[in-house]
Design a protein around this ligand. Structure first.
Ligand SMILES: [Zn+2]
Ligand SMILES: [Zn+2]
Length: 374
């Protein structure tokens, strides 16, 4: 267990036990959910990890937005929905999902395979490379690299596969990208992503307890990379790790003059994948964030529930059509059906993007942000 490595295991497990027996177990009992296969300690651990995460976002990342903003906003109204959603996800939905779905799923397939003598999966890293057994930090780092590689390709698919973009576009529709934006995303999208990553975890033999720490580390890096702060890590480190500057470019609005520029910087924690696979973009000043498709930009008119509802309508209007499975960039018509767009062809023929149909005359309102170079 990673806790053992950090020499804080007893403090941590005491905290988990205390929260579990004083809050989680009584609550599950009151809700008649105590007979299920999950372990209440998993909920307690997820809650503690979430509290840690919210604390770091609120006490470190949020002040940085005030002191060194990449974009200056006259108000932060649009960020509120993301903040509320993050609190709901971290303190409610995620712990419950971990308890009801993720952990039982993991136990069902015999998760927890750090014991090389009886590995749960034939592809468990410790059985493939026994050296890792005595080098837990290297093992943790190796897990991370594999995870991040999977994440990179998953993320590219989220952009290229129209029905998945129908969901992932909810993450991109935010015009005020902030330290709270990371968790903004359709629950269906979140479910698909966590099942993929949990499966990868099982295959490479990650212990379920370690899985939570892997996730926390990844989440924190991502919370930071969405933070509205003008910060890079310098020429060399920027090629290895995802900095706020780097991910901000991934969220840029379409530039009609350079119509492929926004297809960049898909990495989650490591930017090496973008460098290796030719999708890295460096040296651009911060640009306004959001989406140019008016049907998706309209997300900004909704609260939490409305936001989910329209993302689901896009998903439903896409997943049942052939066009929804054909790789490429799409926009959505007034019926939430996808149509393929080729911004390069539009640019070359002198058309502004979105003028192909009457329903797409112009983006609904440009981002209300003033971009400061940096
Ligand atoms: Zn994306
Ligand atoms: Zn993002």
């Amino acid at each position: 267990m990673i806790g053992t490595m950090l020499h804080i295991p007893s403090l941590w497990s005491h905290l988990v036990d205390w929260l579990s027996s004083h809050a989680v177990v009584p609550l599950l009992g009151a809700l008649h959910l105590d007979g299920l296969s999950g372990d209440p300690r998993d909920i307690a651990a997820a809650l503690l990890i979430a509290a840690l995460q919210v604390g770091i976002i609120g006490l470190v990342f949020r002040p940085l937005e005030t002191w060194f903003p990449a974009e200056r906003w006259s108000d932060r109204n649009l960020t509120l929905v993301d903040r509320n959603y993050t609190l709901l996800m971290l303190l409610g939905i995620f712990p419950v999902f971990t308890y009801l779905v993720l952990m039982p799923f993991s136990h069902l397939f015999g998760g927890g395979g750090n014991d090389a003598s009886s590995p749960a999966s034939p592809f468990a890293l410790v059985s493939l490379v026994p050296w890792f057994q005595d080098h837990p930090y290297a093992l943790f780092a190796a897990y991370y690299v594999i995870y991040d590689f999977v994440y990179y390709w998953m993320h590219r698919t989220q952009h290229a596969l129209p029905w998945w973009w129908a969901l992932h576009s909810m993450h991109h529709s935010q015009r005020q990208m902030s330290c709270w934006t990371n968790d903004r995303g359709s629950l269906v999208d979140g479910f698909i992503q966590s099942m993929i990553l949990a499966t990868v975890g099982l295959v490479i033999g990650v212990d379920p307890d370690e899985f939570a720490w892997l996730m926390l580390l990844g989440e924190l890096v991502q919370n930071f990379s969405h933070t509205n702060v003008r910060l890079g890590f310098g020429r060399v480190l920027d090629r290895v790790l995802v900095a706020p500057k780097f991910h901000r470019l991934h969220h840029m609005l379409l530039d009609p003059a350079r119509p492929t520029l926004h297809n960049c910087n898909f990495g989650q924690v490591f930017s090496i994948w973008d460098v290796l696979f030719g999708t890295a973009l460096y040296g651009e000043p911060a640009r306004p964030t959001g989406v140019s498709d008016p049907m998706v930009d309209a997300d900004n008119n909704y609260g939490l529930i409305g936001l989910h509802w329209v993302a689901l309508r896009r998903f439903w209007g896409t997943v049942w059509r052939l066009d929804g499975w054909k790789l490429g960039e799409v926009s959505f018509d007034a019926h939430y059906h996808p149509f393929h767009v080729d911004h390069v062809a539009e640019h070359e023929s002198g058309h502004a993007p979105g003028t192909t149909t009457a329903a797409h005359s112009a983006p609904l309102g440009a981002p209300a942000a003033e971009t400061t170079a940096g």
